[in-house]
Design a protein around this ligand. Structure first.
Ligand SMILES: [Zn+2]
Ligand SMILES: [Zn+2]
Ligand SMILES: [Zn+2]
Length: 129
């Protein structure tokens, strides 16, 4: 298999993984599930590509962990904005997209907003039994 074909296959595998998963996945989890069909750098490249294409987005947790999720609740097309909140389950560690939008932030004059990292901590439905 050529490198190109292998990378395309790996990319589809990553999309599939994120589609099936109910929670966002970290680079390590994705890399692990690919079972060394491609190296760590390739996995980062695939994820970067998906983000560029507006197919996925990054979720930065307060502890420094970065997770990836497919874009479903993001605005479509030109107005693609990952402006929704994320939920972090304190019990299972599962991170998922919420439908709630990030509240509008009022910034002082001359301040420029890049992005807002807001994570809601709590207990998810599967753990809350
Ligand atoms: Zn998005
Ligand atoms: Zn949970
Ligand atoms: Zn999300």
């Amino acid at each position: 298999m050529t490198k190109q074909v292998r990378n395309t296959a790996a990319k589809s595998a990553v999309i599939e993984m994120l589609t099936v998963s109910k929670t966002a996945l970290s680079h390590a989890e994705i890399y692990h599930q690919l079972q060394s069909t491609c190296d760590r750098v390739t996995v980062y490249r695939i994820l970067d590509r998906l983000i560029e294409e507006g197919a996925a987005h990054r979720i930065a947790l307060t502890d420094g962990t970065v997770k990836y999720a497919l874009c479903e609740q993001c605005g479509e097309g030109q107005h693609h904005l990952h402006s929704h909140l994320h939920f972090n389950c304190l019990q299972c560690g599962g991170v998922s997209c919420l439908e709630s939008e990030i509240p509008k932030v009022q910034l002082p004059r001359k301040f420029k907003l890049h992005d807002v990292s807001l994570v809601v901590n709590g207990i998810c439905a599967s753990c809350n039994v």
